[in-house]
Design a protein around this ligand. Structure first.
Ligand code: UDX
Ligand code: ADP
Length: 480
């Protein structure tokens, strides 16, 4: 029986391995992690991550051919194929600080694999890593190999959170990069055989190692660039009276461009986009390509601009001050259908409003108070370390309260900011919300999900990203 072990039971490792176990009953899959709380949660009814459909898949396989364990070394030594899906934070100190990936966790995983292995292994890079990481890992393994053959593959994951199970069940493509040697090709075939249990062969692409690594960074950079492009347009739309939804609909009708991923928003978030672009920028700079680096940097700059612009809109609309005013924040996760808050635009927006001395009342259906408080007091880039290694938060931010109901959050508030597109925010009783708010009552829709006209009829002053401005806002420029 083929044995697979995945190091790192996070957003990528957990769901990916669950689907492999579901689709390959003849393969034994062990997911290991150094975090005892995370593993305990995977073994309980309360999984550590919220992902539609995940619980069902886990329940079908757990205890049969899917196991979650903290016994990292045992499972690594028994496995034929080892996926590595550990944290790759952005470096905050030293060479490449603020851009380059910190490969500490990767390196320690590789050294551990070398230490405990007694048979040949295929080691698969699953977490996004900078180009040429595989080569570095290969060096660590072969220099400590004691005669064991290690083959390194890059198999980047393209799942998006909130739709992870669907994405894994029906991937657009599976990408496997490996060495162009006979052993390398054999390793690629072994991994192909795993995916071939459910993925059509023409969707499994084999490339060399670097191409696979770079394709992942490139795909995320292209996706993020689409959002920054439409967000840049949204600013122009507001300035000129056009409607960004109409513009992106018209643009997306061109089959060369396509309709997906063109929703203007308060900004993109998530654990990948910014980190991967920073990696790309760093690689370009290291290779003497400053023009290319600056091109991609601009995608992040526009994203930061969009978040700032939103905060400035809120403050300038409310007589240029939110000091002491209660502002309700609906949604904190970086997108709907996930409890993940990594790099969520809500962090910067909330920090911006707190900087202007607002009082915030935050509601998100999936994010806990502890997480929100931790996010709002954490330094940039600290989020991407295993939980037990994250610096302890200083005291909670006093001007922030976290509540478990949108009506409670908006009661007596001066303004409402919608920062995640949760479906339930579309169907709230906005008349009830209006009646319980201070007047004038404002809605700032960072995801364009409310019916602005209906809300205006109720009496709200409404700001929607990239839409013709409410007359109230017209004379209040909000450029940073
Ligand atoms: C992304 C990639 O989609 C995925 O392929 C890769 O494996 C990991 O990174 P993820 O970050 O989980 O996935 O979510 P995604 O759906 O890409 O959304 C990223 C951010 O962009 C979210 O904050 C989302 O709200 C925002 N977004 C997305 C927009 O603002 N507008 C859009 O049109 C689409
Ligand atoms: P991703 O979104 O890429 O899945 P996560 O941060 O959710 O990233 O998951 C990474 C996981 O890797 C964490 O649960 C962390 O505890 C685990 N991890 C980090 N280093 C090691 C290691 N050396 N051995 C085992 N697990 C590790």
């Amino acid at each position: 029986m083929v044995k697979i072990c995945c190091i790192g039971a996070g957003y990528v490792g957990g769901p990916t391995m669950a689907v492999i176990a579901l689709k390959c009953p003849s393969i034994e899959v062990a997911v290991v992690d150094i975090s005892i709380t995370r593993i305990n949660a995977w073994n309980s009814d309360q999984l550590p991550i919220y992902e539609p459909g995940l619980e069902d898949v886990v329940k079908q396989c757990r205890g049969k051919n899917l196991f979650f364990s903290t016994d990292v070394e045992k499972h690594v030594s028994e496995a034929d194929i080892i996926f590595v899906s550990v944290n790759t934070p952005t470096k905050t100190r030293g060479l490449g600080a603020g851009k380059a990936a910190d490969l500490t966790y990767w390196e320690s995983a590789a050294r551990m694999i070398a230490d405990v292995s007694k048979s040949n292994k295929i080691v698969v890079e699953k977490s996004t890593v900078p180009v040429k990481t595989a080569e570095a890992i290969e060096k660590i393994l072969t220099h400590n190999s004691k005669g064991i053959n290690f083959q390194i593959l890059s198999n980047p994951e393209f799942l998006a959170e909130g739709t992870a199970i669907q994405d894994l069940l029906k991937p657009d493509r599976v990408l496997i990069g490996g060495r162009e040697t006979p052993d390398g090709q054999k390793a690629i075939q072994a991994l192909k055989d795993v995916y071939a249990h459910w993925v059509p062969e023409d969707r499994i692409l084999a490339t060399n190692l670097w191409s696979a690594e770079l394709s992942k960074l490139a795909a995320n950079a292209f996706l993020a660039q689409r959002i920054s492009s439409v967000n840049a347009m949204s600013a122009l739309c507001e300035a000129t009276g056009a409607d960004v939804t109409q513009v992106s609909h018209a643009v997306g009708k061109d089959s060369r461009i396509g309709p997906k991923f063109l929703n203007a928003s308060v900004g993109f978030g998530g654990s990948c986009f910014q980190k991967d672009i920073l990696n790309l920028v760093y690689i370009c700079e290291c290779n003497g390509l400053p023009e290319v680096a600056n091109y991609w940097k601009q995608v992040i700059k526009v994203n930061d601009y969009q978040k700032n612009r939103f905060v400035n809109r809120v403050v300038s609309s409310m007589f240029n001050t939110v000091s002491g005013k209660k502002i309700a924040v609906l949604g904190f996760a970086f997108k709907k259908d996930t409890g993940d808050t990594r790099e969520t635009p809500a962090i910067d927006v909330c920090k911006g409003l707190l900087g202007d001395k607002a009082r915030l009342s935050i509601y998100d259906p999936q994010v806990s108070e502890e997480q929100i408080q931790r996010d709002l007091s954490m330094n940039k880039f600290d989020w991407d370390h295993p939980l037990h290694l994250q610096p302890l938060s200083p005291t909670a931010v006093k001007q922030v309260s976290v509540v478990w109901d949108a009506y409670e959050a908006t009661k007596d508030a001066h303004g409402v900011c919608i920062l995640t597109e949760w479906n339930e925010f579309k169907t709230l009783d906005y008349q009830r919300i209006y009646d319980n708010m201070r007047k004038p009552a404002f809605v700032f829709d960072g995801r364009n999900i409310v019916n602005a006209e209906k809300l205006r009829e109720i009496g709200f002053i409404v700001y929607s990203i990239g839409k013709p401005l409410d007359p109230w806002l017209e004379d209040m420029p909000a450029v940073a």
